[in-house]
Design a protein around this ligand. Sequence first.
Ligand code: 13P
Length: 254
Amino acid sequence: MPRELYIVGNWKMYKTAREAADYIAQLEPRVRNCKGKIYLAVPFTSIASAARAAKGSNISIGAQNVHDAREGAFTGEISSLMLKEAGAEFVILGHSERRTLFGETDFTIREKVVRALQDDLQPILCVGETLEERSGAGAQEVLKRQIHACLAGIPTEDVERVVLAYEPIWAIGTGKTASPKMAQESHAYCRLVVAELLGKKIAEHMSILYGGSVKPENGGSLTAQKDIDGVLVGGASLDPEAFAEIAHNCESKQ
Ligand code: 13P
């Protein structure tokens, strides 16, 4: 798949099914003419109503997690087939909140990437370093370890469908965005790691999104960078007006 502009909202644990439908009714006319892909990762219980509200529009609905088994005795978990039937087209995997608050490891995240690909849910794989890792020499090592652990050995025709998201953990929900230059350096490094691991062609075609305190004011300067193909937006995606503004401000990428 060629690189594309992605504007992805991650609602985290916000918005009920009814709120989701209201939101989409407000967002749809504002992004109707956007050329980028408009994705919303919503809570499990809001997927069906969001997908219904988004039907026939250019908005795609996805989930924020999935289990790696197709079905089984896994109390409290959800499968890719359940998500798909509810209307999800993609899934965010390996978000730092899943890694730090819920103990997800590179190993489990890789299993989830494989499952999502097998069941035709497009994975958005998140990687990123903490502040301590950044101030030491370790940021690049962390990115390399995460990318290798989660993507090594996945067949070309599958891995082509993966979108990567670089989210420096120190920039999430803190108001501290990486500067466009700093983010570009990390994105270029991620692309280099993907090239070494999976080949130049896959790396050139992979869309790599930036996440961490993206707002209407900074989205455009981030996506203006050569290796930043879109944004993954948390807090600012909860407001349809702000999210639509981000989508429009990022259009200069096209
Ligand atoms: P914020 O945009 O609220 O910093 O969240 C980023 C994020 O975690 C998106 O997945």
